[in-house]
Design a protein around this ligand. Structure first.
Ligand code: PRX
Length: 628
């Protein structure tokens, strides 16, 4: 069967297709119904079935591979390197589950994780899954305001954190940011479990903060059974940015997610149980959830958790790890490859990378020179894959495990089974033909693994994702796309105010809100500007309240510095703009709407488009002058 027939079947006979895929995981209680779509656009998969993500990722492998590697931890930041077998991983996860239970965490409670790339983070995620607690991992690069909004929305009973992360040899203390985040939040966790790595001294809050290591001994022989969850119960909430300043809690189920990941491991990644998967993402992002933690382990593969950059101690480190652990599948982001491309190309051939079968890249547009450079350098196929926090697994890529297909430069590929992808007109919602640019949309029901709803906000799920396209109830990806005559898709940027910096998804509104919290600023605009290394960078334009603060003056330089630090303190270094320029006015329409698209075009030296509605044409000249 060719790929197209397989895809067609997944749409025409949804239930038959997914019933077969569901056999890949363990069901403690079989499901009664494959799909309940009685309340569109909400899809409930594998209704009545009971299962557990931790059981599928860990316990299920104990009979066959208790002594096989499961978690391989490498930190080039601290020099730590250690492997846990499935048996050892099981022990650590059960211990962590017992520790969480001892803090009062039970079925349905939220546990927020604000953690660097350390094994305890994986133990904690799996421990939550084991006892039916809902984890919400906050990326370690975020700071106090980002934390506060997530704490307030997820209302965690317990937070698990650590003293510090480390980035490129520099210790990044977490505890101060966490304490500030809790202070800013109206909701307070009952306990904070601290993993002390000995990197940054911190003050423990009496009665609230608990040292994980101290509890470990007390619970190391504990027994904690898996809580069998109905397929549609909540496994986790992961926050992501959109058009508004308030991040959305992407809510995921249990059974559908397990099935979707298990299927993708074979159909898309062609991983083999017993071999090693290396994903260079971070557990704070969806790629880390799906393809550092759950996907590889569910499939019985060893997974590498890597704390470090691609160029330290040298630009050969990733390939050295491929050699040492005989990695067969690798998953990274285009930015990481562009960083390596600036280094001596001989690093690609110094190690024995013959175990590597495929390199998958995702998270941002993959440019052809980068794909060719790394594919030729390593001598392996490079496969682009397009998806979102909301989908949980690839929407567009190649399913070479079903039927091999050729790669097309610049295209992430074709719709994956289960995704009824369409390109539609932004205004009329009508489906468009080949070679016509429109919004990339998906006709519901969304397949297993995709978000169920916005955490505690069904209305927002419908209003955000299913109301953006007029006339028809379609899921909007908020990406522009085009399909060619052969059915391959191309992604042409976001339709909303989301930007993508080095594969990190950020909302410009959040950055604007952080800038506006500075008393010296009257108004501002943040746009994403093309960058040859990071894909995009954030650039801000701010109007000072004090007209005497003119560009180039000492006062202006001081203010720009303060603004950058404000964003860093509130949102984290990841959101810090590359520059904040001071201007006396922003380009706006006569009705007062900031012309962000025109500002972005000016920043990229492109035509600024139709400006008949602009209030003050000199405002754009100021933007151009600031950039010079
Ligand atoms: O704009 C698309 C871009 O990243 C967005 C999703 O980001 P996030 O929620 O962080 O999930 C990343 C999961 C891989 C998309 O809406 N994007 C993601 N992958 C690609 C991409 N743009 C172009 N090509 C890709 N392969």
């Amino acid at each position: 069967m060719g790929y197209h027939e397989a895809w067609q079947r997944s749409i025409d006979d949804r239930e038959g297709f997914w019933r077969e895929q569901a056999a890949r995981i363990h069901w403690q209680t079989p499901f009664e119904q494959v799909l309940d779509y009685s309340s569109p656009p909400f899809a409930r998969w594998f209704v009545g079935g009971r299962t557990n993500l931790c059981f599928n990722a860990v316990d299920r492998h104990l009979p066959a591979r208790a002594d096989a590697p499961a978690l391989i931890y490498v930190s080039t930041e601290t020099g730590q390197e250690r492997t846990w077998t499935f048996g050892e991983l099981h022990r650590e996860v059960v211990t962590m589950a017992a520790i969480l239970q001892a803090q009062g965490v039970g079925h349905g409670d939220r546990v927020l994780l604000y953690m660097p790339m350390i094994p305890e983070a994986v133990f904690a995620m799996l421990a939550c899954a084991r006892i039916g607690a809902i984890h919400s991992v906050v990326f370690g690069g975020f700071a106090s305001h980002s934390l506060a909004s997530r704490i307030e929305d997820a209302t965690p009973k317990v937070i698990v954190s650590a003293d510090a992360g480390s980035r490129a040899g520099k210790v990044v203390p977490y505890k101060g940011l966490l304490d500030e985040g809790i202070r800013l939040s109206a909701h307070k966790p009952e306990k904070v479990l601290m993993v002390d790595r000995g990197l940054a001294p911190f003050d423990a809050v009496a009665g609230r903060d608990v040292d994980v290591a101290a509890l470990r001994d007390a619970h190391r022989n504990a027994t904690v059974d898996c809580q069998w969850l109905e397929s549609n119960e909540v496994s986790y909430v992961l926050y992501t940015s959109g058009t508004t300043g308030k991040p959305k809690g992407v809510q995921r189920d249990v059974g559908g997610y397990a099935v979707a990941l298990a299927a993708s491991m074979e159909n898309i990644f062609r991983g083999e149980p017993g071999r090693t998967y290396f994903c260079t993402s971070d557990i704070g992002w969806v790629v880390g959830h799906s393809y550092i933690v759950y996907g590889p382990l569910i499939h019985g593969m060893a997974t590498i958790l890597y704390e470090g950059t691609p160029v330290r101690p040298d630009a050969g480190i990733l390939w050295q790890l491929v050699e040492r652990y005989r990695v067969s599948v690798m998953f990274s982001a285009p930015t990481a490859i562009r960083v390596l491309k600036k280094q001596d190309p001989s690093w690609l051939t110094r190690y024995d990378t013959s175990s590597l079968e495929t390199l998958f890249l995702a998270g941002e547009p993959l440019d052809e020179p980068t794909a060719t450079w790394i594919g030729d350098g390593l001598g392996v196929p490079v496969i682009d894959n397009y998806w979102q926090t909301e989908s949980g697994w690839p929407i567009l890529t190649l399913a070479n495990g079903i039927a091999p297909m050729v790669t097309k430069p610049g295209s992430p590929g074709v719709p994956m089974y289960g995704y009824d992808v369409q390109i539609v007109d932004e205004v009329t919602g009508e489906p468009l033909g080949a070679n016509q640019k429109g919004v990339l949309a998906i006709a519901p029901p969304l397949p297993p693994g995709c978000m169920q709803t916005v955490w505690r906000d069904d209305r927002r799920f419908i209003d955000t994702y299913f109301s953006a396209i007029p006339q028809r109830m379609l899921y909007s990806t908020f990406d522009w796309g085009i399909r060619d005559d052969d059915g391959y898709y191309f992604i042409l940027g976001r339709t909303d105010d989301v930007i993508n910096v080095a594969g990190h998804r950020l909302g410009t509104r959040e950055i604007e809100e952080a800038l506006l919290s500075h008393a010296g600023i009257a108004e501002c605009a943040v746009v994403g500007v093309a960058d040859s290394l990071k894909g995009q960078v954030a650039v801000g334009f701010a109007v000072p309240r004090d007209a005497a603060v003119v560009t180039g003056s000492d006062a202006a330089l001081a203010l720009e510095g303060e603004l950058m630090r404000t964003v860093e303190r509130q949102l984290g270094a990841v959101a810090r703009p590359a520059r904040v320029h001071l201007v006396t006015t922003l380009p706006k329409t006569r009705s007062g709407k900031v012309l962000r698209r025109s500002i972005q075009a000016a920043c990229e030296g492109r035509d600024t488009g139709d400006l008949t509605t602009i209030e003050d044409p000199t405002a754009l000249d100021q933007i151009r002058a600031a950039l010079r």
